[in-house]
Write a protein that binds this ligand. Structure first.
Ligand SMILES: [Zn+2]
Ligand SMILES: [Zn+2]
Length: 145
């Protein structure tokens, strides 16, 4: 759970002025595990903030992502935002585009060593993207549509 204080301190660390719009953007993402796009969040907040621009939404999310406070993901065509900044994997549904978090373990020392030796690369984290069908779409399939 993300607290109101956490949202405020994240915005401060990002060097952003604490405007009601920015606080609403950060709060909206903090409580959302669906990996929304900036457009999704913009449309959701628009009724409460009719004068808000899409650029404000995108720039706020981008500033938080650059600091590593949230993650930006490129799993399909649009950039999606993730309030869970800890390393984890994602499973993406081929049909409806739903994105589900899958817990990840840190890469083992043996794997790190192997990659460093074979590819000359020092790895920090491992992020996988699984593709398939989510449970809702699997059910649809079994009902023969
Ligand atoms: Zn699906
Ligand atoms: Zn995620």
């Amino acid at each position: 759970m993300e607290s109101h204080e956490r949202v405020l301190s994240d915005l401060k660390r990002a060097g952003l002025k604490l405007t009601p719009q920015r606080m609403a953007i950060a709060r909206e993402l903090a409580g959302d595990t669906s990996h929304p796009t900036a457009q999704d969040l913009y449309e959701r907040l628009l009724p409460a903030f009719p004068t808000m621009s899409f650029a404000t939404v995108y720039n706020t999310l981008d500033a938080l992502a650059k600091l590593g406070l949230v993650r930006s993901l490129r799993l399909g065509t649009a950039v999606r935002f993730d309030p869970n900044a800890a390393p984890h994997h994602h499973a993406v549904c081929d049909r409806c585009g739903r994105v589900v978090d899958v817990p990840a373990q840190a890469p083992s020392p043996a794997l790190r060593k192997n990659i460093a030796k074979t590819f000359g690369f020092s790895i920090r984290a491992e992020e996988r993207c699984y593709r398939g069908l989510c449970d809702l779409c699997t059910e649809d399939n079994q009902q023969g549509r």
